[in-house]
Design a protein around this ligand. Structure first.
Ligand code: NAI
Length: 332
């Protein structure tokens, strides 16, 4: 039996992880708080810890886990920027992850956000519940015939592009590592970044956050976008300079913004802060624009994605039983 301390766990994590492994093989210890050097002690007696995007496995934390004889850090996500991999190696801790779960989940949420924002479905829903059946202020545009610019044509960007082609849009794309065969087959055209900015009516971000993509959309690049552009970001908050975004919204240059991620989401997203004072002034500002729609990093949240995350995570943890090789691509 492998004792596993699960940090930052939510009801859906408990449901899907408990379903994926029998109680005889993995004893789950679910904690609602996040992993940090201060909370590492809660893993006492565990061989594995299971973490998510906002847990902080820095050197001090990993040293504490190693002293508790923890052997494995199992990320139940793809990104690993919150784990100090060098320190993990120094302390003999294996780090495993779920490299891909459902690109469709994120791509479909992207399109859902755009449709909601453009046709103002979120506003209409609230109006109708108040018995306000007026249509004033709810005018949207046909997506058909518009130019959609996909930045990053990896797993998620390709699915998003294909869905957008279904709307009979003109899809253009930018990626330093293009997939030309895929694009040709779907009548999608690669272009340089500046052309994509200038020609897109809708911009959708599907690239990772790295030092050279930090604030990819900033005051200079936003100024080069088409007036009235709609921007959707379901990738990482720090790809957009929030201060510049607010300025471009205030000037009226941007037509609409849909975000599933936010630059300073850590400590805010995934929490129920209703009834509290929101201390983040830029998020407060974004929330009052009528043409901004925000969801709290939920693009991945489908039954299929949660099942896959739970399946790969439990398989990764069960390798401790026999020290079998990890699933291909899951170890770091
Ligand atoms: P991927 O690794 O399959 O594809 C990323 C693509 O971006 C690659 O083709 C890469 O060449 C490209 N790229 C890198 N630098 C670029 C640049 N400067 N300009 C244009 N393209 C560039 O990644 P995947 O799985 O498609 O994920 C995309 C994003 O979605 C990631 O940021 C990931 O963190 C985010 N994500 C968000 C989720 C959510 O719930 N909101 C869930 C899962 C992933």
């Amino acid at each position: 039996m492998i004792e596993t301390a699960v940090y930052d766990s939510k009801p859906y994590d408990r449901e899907y992880l408990a379903r994926a492994a029998s109680e005889e093989r993995i004893a789950w210890r679910f904690h609602e708080f996040r992993l940090s050097a201060e909370t590492a002690h809660a893993a006492s007696g565990a061989q594995a810890v299971c973490v998510f995007v906002n847990d902080q496995a820095d050197r001090a934390c990993l040293e504490a886990l190693s002293a508790l004889d923890v052997k494995l850090i199992a990320l139940r996500c793809a990104g690993h920027n919150n784990v100090d991999l060098v320190a993990a190696r120094d302390f003999g801790l294996d780090v495993v992850r779920v490299p891909a779960y459902s690109p469709h989940a994120v791509a479909e949420h992207t399109v859902g956000l755009l449709l909601t924002l453009n046709r103002k479905i979120h506003r209409a829903y609230n109006r109708v519940r108040e018995l306000n059946f007026s249509l004033s202020g709810l005018v949207g545009f046909d997506i058909r015939g518009k130019t959609v610019g996909i930045i990053g044509t990896g797993k998620i960007g390709r699915v998003a592009a294909q869905i957008f082609r279904g709307f009979e849009t003109n899809v253009i794309a930018h990626d330093p590592f293009p997939t030309p065969k895929w694009a040709t087959e779907r009548n999608i055209h690669y272009t340089d970044f500046d052309t994509l900015l200038a020609e897109s009516d809708i911009l959708s971000l599907h690239l990772p956050l790295m030092p050279d993509t930090l604030h990819l959309l900033n005051s200079q690049t936003l100024a080069r976008t088409k007036p009235g552009v709609f921007i959707v970001n379901t990738s990482r908050g720090k790809l957009i300079d929030t201060t510049a975004l607010i300025a471009a919204l205030k000037s009226g240059h941007i037509g609409g913004v849909a975000l599933d991620v936010y630059e300073e989401e850590e400590g805010i997203f995934f929490q129920d802060l209703s009834g509290q004072v929101l201390l983040d002034d830029e998020l407060s500002h974004l929330l009052v624009f009528p043409n901004v729609l925000i969801t709290a990093h939920q693009a991945f949240l489908t039954q299929e994605a949660l099942s896959e995350i739970a399946r790969v995570t439990t398989a990764n943890i069960l390798t401790l039983e026999t020290r079998q090789p990890f699933l291909e691509g899951t170890t770091l």
